[in-house]
Design a protein around this ligand. Structure first.
Ligand code: GLU
Length: 272
């Protein structure tokens, strides 16, 4: 078994992250497998250099260890570009020239805007632009690339250790962006390519990402990747049921360490 923890180096680790790291680490240990660390750093506008080391240091302090050198997604942009080329050649993605403002305007005008788990979805504006218009627009601005979910396989499933077998709903998140125009890739594309490249056999992550797995399963199918098993675990919440967010700096591991908490005390905070 190979598992991984994939934080973004955009801030210090907090208790919610540690819980996620701990689940991945424990599953690997329970099965005599391997645990990997991977940095999700494709969004260069949010990444800060000092957090790579800070995250590694906090994890090691907590007794969470890995053998292989952690991967950095920014070093793997050519691999994501290759995957995007395959999807282009399959006609499964289309260029989107809409700005955020244009999408908002369009949604406001629609009587029945498509809804996803977290609000309105992209209404498909650029799906049917003619080939001539596409080549003209390509000369004006760099497009984002969206998955054409209407063409996605209808009969896919994935297996989650806690939630059972789930039928993929291709339209759940709408035509998601697979390559942002500023970074040429996206979380969805990069995570699928890397989980495959690193032979991850069990993907553990928060249940807030369960909808994303529908997209990932479609991508695995299109790219001919084997499907991993999943465990979408609960998220750590405070006494009021509120999800612990990164914003809550008092719960960063760096802060707890500074206040004199021991590693076992910190681990106990997430065990309760
Ligand atoms: N960077 C994501 C997070 O911290 C991880 C996503 C994943 O494991 O697929 O929630």
């Amino acid at each position: 078994m190979i598992t991984r923890f994939a934080p973004s180096p955009t801030g210090h680790l907090h208790l919610g992250h540690v819980f996620a790291a701990q689940v991945a680490f424990e599953r690997a240990q329970e099965n005599g497998g391997e645990f990997l660390l991977r940095f999700e750093d494709i969004d260069h506008t949010r990444v800060r250099e000092e957090f790579y080391d800070a995250i590694e240091e906090d994890l090691q302090w907590l007794g969470i260890h890995w053998q292989q050198k952690p991967w950095r997604q920014r070093e793997r942009l050519p691999q994501y570009a290759d995957a995007l080329e395959i999807l282009k050649s399959q006609g499964m993605v289309y260029p989107c020239f809409c700005s955020r403002k244009e999408i908002e305007r369009e949604l406001a005008e629609l009587a029945n805007a498509p809804q996803g788990p977290e609000g309105p979805l992209y209404p498909g504006t650029c799906r049917n632009i003619s080939a001539t218009d596409v080549s003209w627009k390509m000369q004006q601005r760099e497009p984002a690339w969206r998955l054409d979910t209407r063409k996605a396989g209808q009969k896919l499933t994935f297996h989650d250790r806690l939630h059972g077998t789930i039928a993929v709903d291709p339209t759940l998140l709408g035509d998601v962006v697979l390559a942002r125009k500023d970074i040429d890739t996206s979380y969805h594309l990069a995570v699928v390519v890397d989980d495959h490249a690193q032979n991850i056999s069990l993907v553990t992550r928060g249940e807030d990402l369960l909808p994303s797995t529908h997209i990932h399963r479609i991508l695995q199918d299109l790219l001919n990747f084997e499907e991993p098993d999943y465990e979408h675990h609960q998220l750590i919440r405070d006494e009021t049921g509120e999800r612990l967010a990164k914003r809550n700096r008092s719960l960063s591991i760096a802060n707890l360490r500074q206040k004199g908490k021991s590693a076992s005390e910190v681990l106990k905070m997430i065990a309760d």
